[in-house]
Design a protein around this ligand. Structure first.
Ligand code: ZN
Length: 235
């Protein structure tokens, strides 16, 4: 086993030991509660990207968020008859029907490898299955609208625009699921599009009112520590 892999495993095992000591030893109240079942109020759909761990980023405790992660943080349209295997759709159904979550957050991010693969597809050299390409086709409407709007822009600008547009595409797809549509209509559920600007260290949210992503937590260099959360709102 390469040295780096062994180092990773040692780090993860000692990390679990710290988690165990805290939640099962020093302060078992939360785990005692969670032993009875889970009641998260939020479904978070995020990307597989190792730099965007939603629970770690937003300070969630065990039991706070029901999470579904996939390449590109995509939500497919509801398509029960296509014969495929639907991991994200199953997570949405479970979260709505069994857990009865009150909100869904789609958390996109800057420098997304899935979106880059969609915007700059590599030529295919073999007949091997390309699951990433097929999966990312879900965001094809976002790619088309981005290319129409930003056709003269750099690929970096186009990728960022597509990352954000893809969140809106996924929010639209969410509404094709009957349990989501019904719960939103009955005001039992709210849906949110968030975008983590990894380079700037900023968290933005889509604002229906303005039609753009606005900072909820500004980058550190843009404001002093006391003003950092001044614009924090939930659009
Ligand atoms: Zn990503």
């Amino acid at each position: 086993m390469p040295a780096m892999n062994r180092h990773d495993l040692e780090k993860f095992i000692s990390g679990f030991a710290r988690f165990q000591q805290h939640h099962y030893g020093d302060d078992p109240a939360l785990i005692n509660e969670l032993r009875q079942g889970q009641h998260p109020r939020t479904l978070l759909i995020g990307c597989c990207d190792s730099r965007v761990d939603p629970g770690y980023m937003i300070g969630a405790e065990p039991g706070d968020i029901f999470v579904s992660r996939n390449v590109g943080n995509l939500v497919p349209p509801c398509s029960p008859d296509d014969g495929g295997f639907h991991g994200v759709s199953a997570a949405i159904q479970f979260a709505l029907q069994n857990i009865k979550v009150e909100r869904i957050i789609i958390l996109g991010h800057a420098q997304c490898g899935g979106i880059r693969a969609l915007m700059c597809p590599e030529p295919q050299h073999s007949d091997e299955p390309d699951f990433v390409r097929r999966w990312m086709n879900i965001a094809e409407p976002a790619k088309r609208s981005t290319q129409a709007k930003f056709h003269d822009a750099s690929i970096e600008v186009q990728c960022r625009a597509c990352e954000q547009s893809s969140i809106l595409n996924s929010l639209n797809n969410l509404m094709t699921f009957p349990w989501v549509k019904e719960a939103v209509k009955e005001e039992r559920l709210t849906v949110h599009g968030w975008y983590f600007d990894l380079a700037a260290g900023e968290l933005l949210a889509y604002s229906d009112r303005t039609g753009v992503f606005l900072p909820m937590v500004c980058a550190l260099e843009q404001s002093g520590p006391d003003k950092r959360l001044a614009r924090a709102t939930t659009p």
